[in-house]
Design a protein around this ligand. Structure first.
Ligand SMILES: Cc1cc2nc3c(=O)[nH]c(=O)nc-3n(C[C@H](O)[C@H](O)[C@H](O)COP(=O)(O)O)c2cc1C
Length: 309
């Protein structure tokens, strides 16, 4: 189980998710056994300019290792030094974002827009490859839209450009997250490439992750949305009891408090804790009350009552 020269302890990874997979979530996912965790997409321009707001995303904390730092941009001369800087800060791996469909990213020619410009994408990947010694991976979509599906062609280009693995989220960019992820496409890519393929899309549990690995022939898979409020998803066959869930929430709150300080952490804690409150009667009301709370102890008591009730 390797990508490039890094050994991985599990074939199930935590997917990059902007605004969700922050340091606290990455530490929890690592503690619960995720093989690899990723930062959210980070602007290569911001990294190169040394913008504090940007570089603080590259935490590289010892408890979140191995860590993939995901960068986005469209300029090879910015992407390469950004990758080098991330390596110097302690990244285990560089992941190039070619899948983000969000306007702010795609409109500037970065993210999923690169699916429409494989020549530029190849230059970016080759330059990043040259700039670092750690593994380089690329995360793609099936294509820009249904009329331009090109993941096999782009996957082969990525392999030729020297990348160590490709992640495929098999929706087209214009679909964002709607519909179902087509895992047949992941199987097709795995058969077409010699480097490892990482499959991403709609996995709900650890056992489903194993089924997807088996069926698709992908070497690795990642779990995204199902990690929210369930960071233990990387543990095989563990259904936590109520008291165990509460311990995880308290640990999560502790990590956020350490990271942001007691006052600044409160709104971030409210958001993260709300992910644990779902699929149960009274969830809407509990979440509404939670959003008004200004004190960490009050939040803990409130969640405790909800979970035990
Ligand atoms: C809120 C949110 C933020 C995301 N941010 C990123 C990101 O920063 N970089 C990226 O490559 N993918 C991002 N994704 C896509 C996920 O990594 C993943 O490929 C997708 O959600 C499908 O997997 P899932 O069904 O397991 O969530 C994001 C998805 C969501 C829902």
């Amino acid at each position: 189980m390797k990508i490039g020269n890094i050994k991985l302890r599990s074939r199930v990874f935590a997917a990059p998710m902007a605004g969700i997979m922050d340091l606290s979530m990455r530490i929890l996912a690592t503690e619960f056994g995720a093989g690899l965790v990723f930062t959210e997409l980070i602007s290569a321009e911001g990294i190169v300019r040394g913008q504090q707001r940007t570089t603080r995303y590259i935490t590289c904390h010892p408890d979140e290792m191995p860590l993939g730092v995901q960068i986005f941009g469209k300029n090879p001369h910015t992407m390469a030094p950004a990758a080098e800087k991330a390596q110097n800060l302690g990244a285990s791996l560089i992941d190039i974002n070619m899948g983000c469909p969000v306007k702010k990213v795609a409109r500037q020619g970065a993210g999923a827009s690169l699916m429409k410009d494989p020549d530029l994408a190849k230059t970016i990947i080759a330059e990043v490859r040259r700039a670092v010694t750690i593994p380089v991976t690329v995360k793609i979509r099936a294509g820009w839209d249904e009329s331009s599906i090109n993941f096999v062609e782009v996957g082969k280009m990525i392999e030729d450009a020297g990348a160590d693995a490709v992640t495929l989220h098999p929706r087209v960019a214009t679909d964002f997250l709607s519909g179902m992820a087509n895992w047949e496409r992941i199987g097709e890519l795995a058969r077409a490439l010699s480097i490892p393929v990482i499959g991403s899309g709609d996995i709900q549990s650890y056992s489903e992750a194993l089924e997807r690995l088996e069926e698709s022939g992908a070497e690795f898979v990642m779990i995204g949305r199902a990690v929210m409020g369930k960071p233990w998803i990387f543990m095989p066959e563990w259904e936590p009891r109520t008291d165990e869930i509460l311990s995880v929430i308290k640990r999560h709150i502790g990590l956020l408090t350490l990271q942001y300080g007691e006052v600044n952490a409160v709104p971030i804690i409210r958001r993260h804790v709300s992910y644990y409150i779902k699929a149960k009667r009274g969830a809407v009301e509990t979440r509404r009350k939670l959003m008004e709370m200004k004190d960490i102890n009050e939040i803990v008591r409130h969640v405790q009552e909800y979970i035990s009730g």
